[in-house]
Design a protein around this ligand. Structure first.
Ligand code: THU
Length: 164
């Protein structure tokens, strides 16, 4: 038997003011995106702001449905909007935040596995990593360079081709 370890590195910040001007703006835009969240079932709003290489910032929010699985997370709403409107766009960075009136969110809300897989597909397509900032309005902020750090055993194209 062999035991393997991953060395995953990420940054944490205690306050939004510790971030660069660009990162701070992205976090504030993610907060703006919360306003369009349609989440009557979970009452848990998620907002994201995605920075493209051409300077545009695309917003997304979670969109729920009475048939629960028909709803979609904020991250995938935004990524699929980019994919369908600007198929050659390059994603540089994104910020994600969440809000609920039910309790205080004290830690950054990290993305679900399905959203990470979609982000990984964009990285693979554009051949460059995406910076992800999980912005907690009343707590720590977490910043990661590249989806591999969040999804180390990501399903990649090579598997379909039998390369790895
Ligand atoms: N949600 C997101 O928007 N992004 C995630 O990565 C995880 C969860 C949404 C889906 C649902 O509308 C609500 O949060 C509660 O799960």
């Amino acid at each position: 038997m062999n035991v393997h370890n991953f060395n995953i590195s990420y940054q944490t910040y205690e306050h939004i003011n510790e971030l660069s001007v660009e990162d701070k703006l992205l976090c504030m835009r993610a907060e703006d995106a919360l306003k369009t969240s349609y989440s009557p079932y979970s009452k848990f709003k998620v907002g994201t702001a995605i920075q493209l290489a051409d300077g545009e910032i695309v917003l997304g929010s979670n969109q729920e449905n009475v048939a629960y699985p028909s709803g979609l997370c904020a991250e995938r709403v935004a990524f699929f909007a980019i994919g369908s409107s600007k198929p050659n766009a390059v994603v540089k960075a994104m910020a994600i935040t969440a809000f609920t009136e039910s309790f205080d969110i004290k830690n950054p809300v990290t993305s679900c596995g399905a959203c990470l897989q979609v982000m990984a597909e964009f990285e693979q397509k554009q051949k460059s990593p995406i910076t992800v900032i999980f912005y907690c309005l009343n707590g720590q902020i977490m910043k990661v360079e590249g989806i591999r750090s969040l999804l180390p055993f990501v399903f990649v194209e090579d598997r379909l081709a039998g390369i790895t």
